[in-house]
Write a protein that binds this ligand. Structure first.
Ligand code: ATP
Ligand code: MG
Length: 528
């Protein structure tokens, strides 16, 4: 049993070790090659981004953003101190006078200050100076107004005062956020940010991009659910929203799974229309009123969601809610004509490509800019965490992040779950591509050693795996070790062999031996 060491991988994270990593590489190489045939290029965005990017793109109300992100406040300690001092001085000044008007103006500023501190937005020195100057100006104005006010019996020009306070507030508001960063919980936001930042709308449209890498979410770890996990995802940005694009993106995922021989794959699709009164908004209003009628029979989570996000109620996995949810109206019956036409065309396009799907009217996305096509793919052997891929159309996202109006559709595959499913179904027989021959060089003697080093170099250059023992050992010992390591061949090099120029290759499985000259040996092994 392994002894408990002082340091262990953090809960929800894990080491991927050989030989399993060979499978990971096989999966990733397959993704590179399949996605390339569909004209996708790889993007590698950074692993952390401004928190604000995810808050906007994923949605501040989602579980991911509200409680699962790993977030850090950056900025140096001195600035933090300076900022705190500023806040406390503002407090002190406020406490000095009881007059309403003083109170009103300063509490206005105070609120701003608190807002910034709460959000961890620590301004840089320049911004502190500008803000302080603006605030000081206001304070002296307020002071003067007070003196005057006292003198003239409460007659203060309130309009003017409000304007001054507002100016100070604007100055305070010019403190740019972005001092808070988060480890990415997903990568669509980053890809859209990069699309905007690099003006990719000026390149031929659409831009087809894919990524592979780790994501971070503070969730309860369990089978198929980790705090650092890996996604393989792709996005199509720009151009048109032709249904053929939706279908081709789905076809690409299915082709990838097919190439990996992932069994028990199940594709579900839906259309969630678009955010308009004659489409999804109308449906959601109806859904909400229907949910109100059965509210008492629903659990606390669903009851809350009736208010915050009625569509999410459809997601519920609670046993006792199922029969209630099944009776709710279906979105397909309330789509506008354009969305209906688009959905029908997506289905035709899938059929044209021989992609099997099942419709699931309860497949939803809770955010406004998600629209029309949504899909989810499940695999076998994963228990309740059986979703290996989620995707959908998000035409409003790039614009929401400050870019031009841009069509968008994409998906994310959970690589950890994909690998788990492959392991469960194929076990040890998992084919991970061509394995090169493995040769153990059993050498004895100083002359033999020099030759062994050269032979190792030549064999490796030919793509053959070579184990060259760093110290001399008897042939018997060497052969034992070769077997233990799983070598197929032992190349026996003693001083005799080197002098004769013919080398002995032993096949470890059956113990047979063959003699080769050096060039013939290479030819023989290359054919293996
Ligand atoms: P789930 O419902 O399983 O939590 P999700 O809706 O949060 O999934 P997405 O954000 O759509 O998932 O991410 C796409 C895919 O990433 C999922 O289908 C899943 O395979 C994988 N995934 C998501 N969260 C995790 C996690 N914590 N650990 C491992 N894989 C994950
Ligand atoms: Mg989740």
């Amino acid at each position: 049993m392994a002894s408990k060491s002082k340091f262990q991988a953090i809960r929800g994270t894990r080491d991927l070790l050989p030989p399993e990593t060979a499978l990971w590489n096989h999966v990733e190489e397959t993704a590179h090659s399949v996605f390339a045939t569909f004209g996708f290029g790889e993007i590698r965005p950074p692993i952390f981004e401004p928190t604000e990017l995810f808050a906007r793109a994923v949605g501040g109300e989602t579980d991911i953003v509200s409680k699962e992100m790993y977030t850090f406040v950056v900025g140096d300690f001195d600035r933090l101190i300076a900022w705190r001092e500023f806040v406390s001085n503002t407090n002190k000044i406020r406490d000095l006078d009881e007059l309403d008007i003083y109170e009103r103006s300063l509490s206005y500023l105070h609120r701003f200050v608190q807002e910034f501190v709460k959000n961890g937005h620590l301004p840089d020195d320049d911004q502190i100076r500008t803000t302080l100057a603006a605030v000081q100006k206001t304070m002296s104005f307020v002071g003067a107004a007070l003196i005057e006010g006292r003198r003239s019996n409460g007659l203060v020009n309130l309009d003017e005062l409000d304007r001054e306070v507002e100016n100070a507030a604007i100055a305070a508001g010019s403190i740019r956020p972005g001092e808070q960063i988060s480890l990415r919980p997903e990568a669509t936001a980053s890809v859209c940010r990069a699309y905007i930042e690099h003006n990719m709308q000026q390149l031929p449209q659409p831009q087809k991009l894919y990524y592979i890498g780790p994501m971070f979410r503070r969730e309860r770890p369990q089978k198929g659910r980790y705090r650092q996990f890996y996604q393989i995802g792709a996005e199509v940005l720009g151009g048109v929203d032709a249904p053929a694009i939706d279908a081709e993106v789905i076809e690409m995922v299915m082709t990838f799974f097919d190439r990996l021989k992932l069994p028990g794959i199940h594709l579900e699709i839906n259309s969630i229309g678009h955010a308009a009164d004659n489409c999804r908004r109308g449906y959601v209003a109806l859904l909400k009123s229907e949910l109100e009628k059965v509210k008492d029979k629903l659990g606390a989570d669903s009851q809350r969601r009736i208010e915050t996000n009625p569509l999410r109620v459809l997601d519920s996995k609670l046993e006792h809610e199922q029969s209630i949810i099944e009776k709710l109206p279906h979105i397909a019956d309330y789509l506008c004509d354009d969305c209906k036409t688009h959905y029908a065309a997506v289905k035709r396009e899938l059929e044209l490509r021989g992609v099997f799907y099942k419709e699931n009217w309860r497949l939803v996305r809770g955010l406004d800019y998600y629209m029309r096509t949504t899909f989810e793919i499940t695999a076998q052997g994963l228990g309740s965490q059986n979703a290996v891929c989620g995707g959908g159309r998000y035409d409003g996202l790039v614009e929401l992040l400050g870019g031009p109006p841009t069509k968008g559709i994409g998906f994310a595959i959970g690589e950890d779950r994909l690998i788990l499913s492959l392991q469960e179904s194929q076990g040890a027989s998992l084919a991970t591509g061509h394995r090169p021959p493995f040769v153990y060089i059993a050498w004895m003697g100083a002359n033999a050693y020099a030759t062994a080093v050269r032979a190792a170099k030549d064999l490796r250059a030919a793509g053959i795996r070579v184990e060259l023992p760093p110290t001399e050992s008897k042939f018997g010992k060497a052969l034992e070790r070769a077997s233990k390591l799983g070598a197929q061949y032992a190349l026996i090099l003693g001083d005799n062999e080197v002098a004769e120029g013919t080398w002995t290759l032993k096949t470890l499985a059956d113990g047979t031996q063959q003699k080769f000259t050096e060039p013939h040996l290479l030819d023989f092994l290359k054919k293996m």
